[in-house]
Design a protein around this ligand. Structure first.
Ligand SMILES: [Mn+2]
Length: 301
């Protein structure tokens, strides 16, 4: 039997390119997220949501859009997760943007400094307001966790520990090197970040996760999934529509999640960049996705 499970929503697209991801927690609940997790044998407490923020342009801060709202959302996640860990519960965080992983790791490392993070994403998320003109924090999260040069001080300083993350406690899977900026490739190289590609994740999801888990510390494990790692033509769920006919299918990601969440160190899963409107023409993919999460988080004998 597993621990109780606390579900936390982060209905914010403050760090996005456009609205959409703020709707994910509500839509997944409407589709039966909580009941499905209970049907999988878990005792579930729904901790509710952090602050709602629907993306709007921030003309005052063109390269660091909506920073204050991003920080508020991340801090709310951290507070909710800290409460769950005090109850000795596992946690499921539904974003929102990938910055939710920072809030999760802030609480988890306060609880246990030796926590590791397995990060499934098509992107390194190593950008800063200095490295990209686009101004969206959704692909800047790990840069702030690692306190890279050019990071935005209010976000880097929001976690209690600094840096929040270190390369030895982090492993990325599903990376598309062609989607990285030159800055990101340089930083990944300089830091010696451990990562695997989206094609490797597509071909051998279980083996990739097992290999990654072998590099992470013995402390508790957090798993983060950016749904943009998915092949969009198999599973149209992500804000980004760029990952087309490349990367893992939902079946492959399901195998990866299942392997990761059954690790004895597992404590928390966060999901980012799910834009429910992408599935408007194929709503069954949301059910398929929920089934994957339900299966990965099921109670085990
Ligand atoms: Mn991404």
């Amino acid at each position: 039997m597993r621990r109780d499970l606390v579900v936390v929503g982060a209905p914010s697209s403050a760090g996005s390119y456009a609205p959409g991801q703020e709707a994910a927690p509500g839509v997944l609940r409407e589709l039966g997220l909580i009941d499905r997790l209970r049907a999988a044998g878990r005792r579930v407490r729904d901790a509710g949501d952090g602050p709602l923020h629907v993306w709007a342009p921030d003309p005052q801060h063109p390269r660091a859009q909506n920073l204050d709202a991003v920080v508020r959302s991340v801090r709310a996640v951290a507070d909710h997760v800290a409460g769950a860990l005090e109850e000795d519960a596992d946690v499921l965080v539904i974003g929102g943007n990938c910055t939710v992983a920072l809030g999760l790791m802030s609480a988890l490392t306060a609880h246990e400094p030796d926590a590791g993070l397995l990060y499934l994403d098509r992107h390194f998320d190593l950008n800063t307001p200095a490295s990209t003109r686009e101004g969206a924090f959704d692909w800047m999260g790990l840069a702030h966790g690692l306190d890279l040069p050019g990071a935005a001080e209010p976000l880097t300083a929001a976690f209690g520990r600094r840096p929040l993350l270190t390369p030895d406690r982090l492993h990325l899977l599903g990376i598309d090197p062609e989607a990285a900026t030159s800055w990101e490739r340089e930083q990944a190289e300089r830091l010696g970040l451990r990562w695997g590609s989206n094609t490797d994740l597509a071909e051998a999801p279980g083996a990739e996760v097992t290999r990654a888990l072998g590099t992470l510390p013995p402390g508790p494990l957090a798993v983060h999934l950016d749904v943009d790692v998915l092949d969009f033509t198999d599973a149209p769920l992500a804000e980004s529509t760029d990952g087309r006919n490349v990367g893992p299918t939902l079946d492959a990601v399901s195998e990866a999640l299942d392997t990761a969440c059954r690790d004895p160190r597992f404590r928390a899963l966060s999901i980012g960049e799910l834009n429910p409107s992408r599935a408007a023409g194929y709503p069954a993919v949301l059910d398929r996705f929920l089934a994957s999460v339900q299966h990965a988080l099921r109670a085990t004998p």
